[in-house]
Design a binder for this molecule. Structure first.
Ligand code: AHM
Ligand code: MG
Length: 335
């Protein structure tokens, strides 16, 4: 049997090879992975650990928090605050940023996360995950401020997600392709199981919440209508549909076998640009997908080029197989 490479060894070797992973960033990624291991354990315990169900609180977006949303958020904060690698954190579950307390040394990185993505799937035993993004604190900034986080996704220095499914898999990029690590529960470590997956440029599979169809904008309606017409329609081929309602799981499928994922703007909340969050969901996932040869846009613009104006900013998301994302984007541009 071939000896597998651990996450630690992978990061050390990357650090030596191309210098893309400075020591502080390596520590950060190891600590995030360790936190994901704890979250994975809590997810696995489910009812036995008393972690299912709702808490009696709402998050900053007015959504009822699940117990696991809060647990995962706390695990990530507690794991990361003391290491000296971070200046501050921001989370989908917290209203403002979380500067590292003064009793700990301050580092040069900013960590953003959606601690538990796919919350509606927690109680029904369907895959969920953690998504994270790492930025550098801008030069010259003394006390860290919320505005330090408002950097476009193209400035990310690392991004990843951990999916808690039949296997727990950590997916990571530092800008030199994508690496996948599977959690070996017996050893308690993440082991490299795939490097540089490539998302096929074409696909016959789309992921969208069809129950919102009547609220969509014309370009999205047109694209899905054409897919649904199958081989008799203008696309000349049949399409399959999947919607897990956990972005991590839908993106993981696309990374594995291709497809297009869309959570577009719709008329339910016309003043909001979309449901998903730019900084915690779209940017890290957009970068991973690009690093695997796919594309990610908001229908008009590359996701990673969007200049955020607020921490909890929302965005319309279209990502996955390049040619399909290009097609939907062309439809938005009236081409
Ligand atoms: P969450 O971060 O509160 O879990 O919400 C994000 C999730 C995504 O994972 C998923 O793609 C989407 O919401 C599903 O939404 P819907 O239930 O409207 O289909
Ligand atoms: Mg989420």
């Amino acid at each position: 049997m071939t000896k597998r490479i651990s996450l630690t060894r992978y990061l050390v070797e990357q650090q030596r090879a191309d210098g893309l992973i400075p020591a502080q960033l390596r520590l950060l990624l190891e600590i995030v992975a360790r936190a994901c291991k704890s979250i994975s354990h809590a997810v696995n315990q489910g009812a036995l650990g008393g972690v299912l169900g709702s808490a009696a609180s709402e998050n900053v977006q007015g959504e009822i928090q699940k117990k696991l949303d809060i647990i995962a958020n706390e695990v990530l904060i507690e794991a990361n605050e003391w290491g000296g690698h971070l200046a501050a954190m921001a989370s989908e579950e917290m209203a403002g940023i979380y500067p590292v307390p003064n009793r700990y040394p301050q580092g040069e990185y900013l960590l953003l996360f959606d601690p538990l993505d796919g919350s509606s799937n927690i109680d029904v035993n369907v895959s969920i995950g953690t998504i994270f993004s790492v930025l550098r604190k801008p030069d010259g900034a003394r006390d860290v401020a919320g505005s330090d986080f408002l950097q476009p996704g193209s400035q990310q220095v690392a991004a990843g997600y951990c999916i808690y499914g039949p296997q727990t898999t950590l997916v990571l990029t530092v800008g030199a392709g994508v690496a996948l690590f599977t959690l070996d529960r017996e050893q308690g470590s993440f082991l490299l199981t795939q490097e540089n997956p490539r998302i096929p440029e074409d696909t016959q599979e789309f992921a969208i919440n069809m129950s919102n169809q009547r609220h969509w904008d014309a370009p999205v309606k047109r694209y899905i209508d054409e897919c649904l017409q199958g081989r008799e329609g203008p696309r000349g081929k049949d399409f399959n549909m999947r919607w897990i309602a956990s972005m991590v799981a839908d993106v993981h499928r696309i990374l594995t076998r291709g497809g297009i994922f869309m959570y577009p703007w719709d008329r339910r909340e016309p003043e909001k640009p979309g449901k998903l969050r730019l900084m915690y969901e779209a940017n890290p996932m957009g970068w991973i997908v690009e690093q695997a040869g796919g594309a990610a846009t908001n229908g008009r613009q590359r996701i990673l080029d969007i200049q955020p104006t607020q921490l909890h900013e929302r965005v319309s998301v279209i990502l996955g197989s390049k040619n399909e994302v290009q097609r939907v984007t062309d439809y938005h541009r009236g081409l």
